[in-house]
Design a protein around this ligand. Structure first.
Ligand SMILES: [Zn+2]
Length: 297
């Protein structure tokens, strides 16, 4: 009996690892605004090469008190306040020293990180949480529905720290900045889209920090319900500036290039708010249609 459970456990672990590591199929394909995407091309676009995942991207201001401190393909965001800073997404544990370097290069102190948040319980976004907490003493807050998956994330055997469990719609405030946690599940059970406001040039802008909306290779009925709710919710959020947990979800490279040459802030781009949900929702319906056709040929 014990042997059977061991085999089941190994299989489960292998499958859940495979879900993130395996190549998704190169079908179906969808075309949005003249560009064609497949599940494989979206994953490749998001992750880049192993080198992209661990190479520092030049840290920069996005808008107001919000900064980019991640790698080429894994986003980390720093929100600076007079009472300390909020970090969103520690990414892989091996990237934490790179994030620290980016924070310091911007002129801030990594040790001023008071709160650590995340977008979703996958290793490429939150594996480094324990290390960030060790280095800064930050309070780690996570959406309740993602906590079981986070607890399974134990790099080097370290327990995943959870200081506060959040509910859908709950706000996190530090030094005059408030972030609201929106439950947008589908990609994970507790996938969290963060919204806040930023000031620039005497104006206030609505900022949306998206959680991944990328559907898994197989969509089950509960996941279908989650995505139907999440796409609707994401589209309802007021949005002037949109960023995502992978830079490709908001075309960071192009906007960063414009930032260096141009006059107006390229990150203020309401059209960008709709593009990622359009791509992922089209893909979600295409996968669902393909799956239903296979079940009832
Ligand atoms: Zn993910």
């Amino acid at each position: 009996m014990k042997t059977i459970w061991t085999i089941v456990l190994i299989l489960t672990a292998t499958l859940s690892y495979a879900q993130t590591a395996a190549q998704p199929p190169d079908h179906p394909s969808v075309t949005v605004q003249g560009r064609t995407y497949t599940p494989r091309s979206i994953l490749a676009r998001n992750m880049g090469t192993p080198e992209d995942q661990t190479t520092q991207f030049p840290p920069h201001k996005i808008i107001g008190n919000i900064y980019y401190v991640g790698t080429r393909t894994l986003s980390s965001f720093l929100i600076v306040t007079p009472q300390g800073n909020i970090l969103i997404n520690s990414t892989y544990e091996r990237n934490v020293p790179t994030i620290e370097k980016s924070v310091e290069q911007l002129g801030f102190k990594f040790s001023d990180t008071k709160i650590l948040l995340g977008t979703h319980a996958h290793g490429d976004h939150q594996e480094g949480d324990a290390m960030v907490k060790q280095m800064t003493g930050a309070q780690v807050m996570a959406m309740t529905e993602d906590v079981p998956a986070l607890r399974d994330m134990k790099p080097g055997g370290k327990e995943h720290p959870i200081d506060k469990m959040l509910r859908d719609g709950e706000s996190v405030t530090l030094g005059g900045t408030t972030l609201i946690a929106h439950l947008t599940p589908g990609h994970t059970r507790g996938c969290t889209t963060w919204t806040t406001k930023a000031e620039e040039g005497g104006k206030t802008y609505n900022v949306v920090i998206n959680c991944s909306l990328r559907p898994p290779n197989v969509v089950t009925p509960p996941i279908v319900d989650e995505f139907n709710r999440s796409f609707k919710l994401v589209r309802s959020l007021p949005c002037d500036v949109q960023v995502g947990d992978h830079p490709a979800q908001y075309d960071m490279q192009t906007k960063y290039a414009k930032l260096r040459s141009g006059s107006r802030n390229p990150f203020i781009d309401p059209a960008s708010c709709k593009l990622e949900p359009d791509i992922e929702e089209a893909m979600f319906h295409a996968i669902l249609a393909e799956q239903q056709k296979a079940a009832h040929p």
